[in-house]
Design a protein around this ligand. Structure first.
Ligand code: CP3
Length: 361
């Protein structure tokens, strides 16, 4: 995977041998790389102090603040990757669809997307014009970080679920009804969201991100047949249209044990795994040449260090059977998490000696 199309001063050229990038390419590493989804956020006192009470979208729109929030967990934990401080609804908010992130609730759209006329309220994203602040944040980080920056976008299905439901929903009933009753509108919506995800992630990579992750957090609510018919072709397009950049492309969802084969087949280099399926089973499902990321239950981080350590050791033993493993949680850090647990966990992962010598350089 040559990072050929990226400029000579892109950070990927100096970070090519970093633990995260080597593992994402299934190359052997001397230590296991670790980062945490939602490592920046309410679990950190320094985050709460900086964020205040305003909308998260305002914090994201201020590059100095967003860059500092991105750096906080990197400094505190010494993790092997930074994840851009932004949100999956930023592009939809930036093109003025009318969506906000309500504290304690999540994304809320005043007028949800229910008809073809509503699709006109979701124009194509011009990343330079609509989200210049995101790109400025990435540039600030690219100059400062000595670990790879992971850029990201929400996957077409998960973003569609917020736009269609209008608020976080457990069953995704309105989304699934639209998918099945008006497939033409559904596919047009997914095409638009795929194009937006591509534009957003391409712009982040060109500005200095060294990897991307597509968050399809709620794909696990779908049957494998519905995922294949209504989602996979659009997620595949996203991965295909990023391939020429030569950066690792990760694909993540929750409760996706029965979808892992498809989530790899659409073109992911790294597949995120949640705690409901052992890594060894996940490995069989994604097939060779695809790295795994995961899969500690984030709730265990509230159960004290002995529980975390025992689960982490089991996961590390399974994950390191082959090259291509990145330690992470199976979903995001919970706000109640004591940061000292993640400090110990990061050190513990770094000290871990894989039984299998193939993990060593
Ligand atoms: O550290 C990181 O992981 C990077 C930053 C990041 C955020 N959101 C910041 C954020 C990332 C990668 C996301 C992605 C995101 N946003 C997803 C996919 C990942 C996942 O968790 O499944 C989803 C589904 C969203 C939508 C969203 N945004 C929700 C459900 C919430 C929580 C609402 C709440 O208050 O409980 C948000 C808000 C949000 N985005 C927070 C953070 C740190 C917390 C709220 C805040 O600080 O205001």
């Amino acid at each position: 995977m040559p990072a050929g199309s990226l400029p000579a001063d892109h950070p990927i050229h100096r970070l090519g041998d970093s633990l995260y990038l080597r593992a994402a390419r299934c190359q052997p590493t001397g230590r296991v790389p670790v980062w945490f989804q939602r490592q920046a956020g309410r679990s950190l006192p320094e985050y709460r102090a900086l964020r205040g009470d305003g909308s998260i979208l305002d914090a994201i729109a201020d590059p100095a603040t967003a860059a500092e929030i991105t750096m906080q967990p990197v400094r505190r934990y010494g993790v092997d990757a930074a994840v851009l401080f932004s949100d999956i609804v930023v592009p939809a908010a930036a093109v003025d669809f009318g969506i906000d992130v309500v504290p304690g609730v999540g994304p809320v759209a005043a007028e949800p997307l229910r008809s073809r006329a509503d699709l006109d309220r979701l124009p194509m994203l011009d990343a330079d014009a609509h989200t210049p602040y995101v790109l400025e944040t990435v540039r600030l980080l690219a100059a400062e970080l000595d670990v790879p920056l992971i850029g990201f976008a929400g996957a077409p299905f998960t973003v569609a679920s917020y736009l269609v439901e209008g608020r976080p929903a457990r069953q995704h009933q309105i989304t699934k009804a639209l998918m099945h009753t008006d497939p033409a509108l559904w596919h047009d919506l997914m095409e638009r969201l795929a194009a937006i995800a591509v534009a957003s992630m391409r712009s982040q990579v060109l500005a200095g991100a060294s990897a991307v992750q597509l968050f399809d957090s709620w794909a696990g609510t779908l049957s494998p047949a519905d995922y294949a018919a209504y989602v996979a072709p659009h997620s595949k397009r996203v991965f295909d249209e990023l391939a020429d950049l030569g950066v690792p492309r990760a694909h993540f969802g929750v409760g996706t044990g029965e979808l892992l084969d498809q989530m790899a087949q659409v073109g992911a280099d790294v597949v995120g795994v949640d705690w409901r399926i052992p890594l060894s089973a996940a490995r069989r499902r994604v097939g060779p040449g695809v790295a795994l990321q995961g899969n500690l239950d984030p709730v265990l981080c509230l159960a004290g260090w002995p529980a975390v350590r025992a689960a982490a050791d089991r996961i590390l033993a399974e994950g390191t059977r082959q090259p291509g493993y990145i330690f992470n949680l199976g979903h995001g850090v919970l706000p109640e998490t004591d940061p000292s647990v993640l400090e110990r966990l990061t050190d513990h992962v770094h000290e871990y000696q894989p039984a299998n010598a193939s993990q060593h350089e």
